[in-house]
Design a protein around this ligand. Sequence first.
Ligand SMILES: [Zn+2]
Ligand SMILES: [Zn+2]
Length: 140
Amino acid sequence: MIIDLNKLLERHHIRKTECRKEMLAYFYKKKYAISFPELEKAMHLHDRTSVFRNLVYFEEMGFLHKLNDSEGIAKYALCEEKCFGHLHKDEHIHFTCTNCNNTFCLKEKKLPEIKLPKGFFMESFSIVAKGICLGCSSKK
Ligand SMILES: [Zn+2]
Ligand SMILES: [Zn+2]
């Protein structure tokens, strides 16, 4: 995906820093969800506190959403375009590959609607499927 990060940040009135630009570029380059340790390693030229703060900030701005992979490890992935600020609309299924351990957003696979019993109120709902991803299955 070719994307003008400067324009993207400007459009969202986000102050451009090298760290933020590099972080977003990394997310656009990788096609899977990224854990903090991986991001920290990739951004080793930057202070880890700012990397973490930017992660939280991007989540608040509707750029990234947090998810747990099939092992419960927290990862971040780029949001769907309609996400804005705290109003996340990432209602899709996630998929963890048991071969490469990467987790992918299946954005076109929407979460099914769940009818809760009376008196229950949902705050979050997620589905993580487990299996072999396209990259791994086509290598065989
Ligand atoms: Zn894989
Ligand atoms: Zn996702």
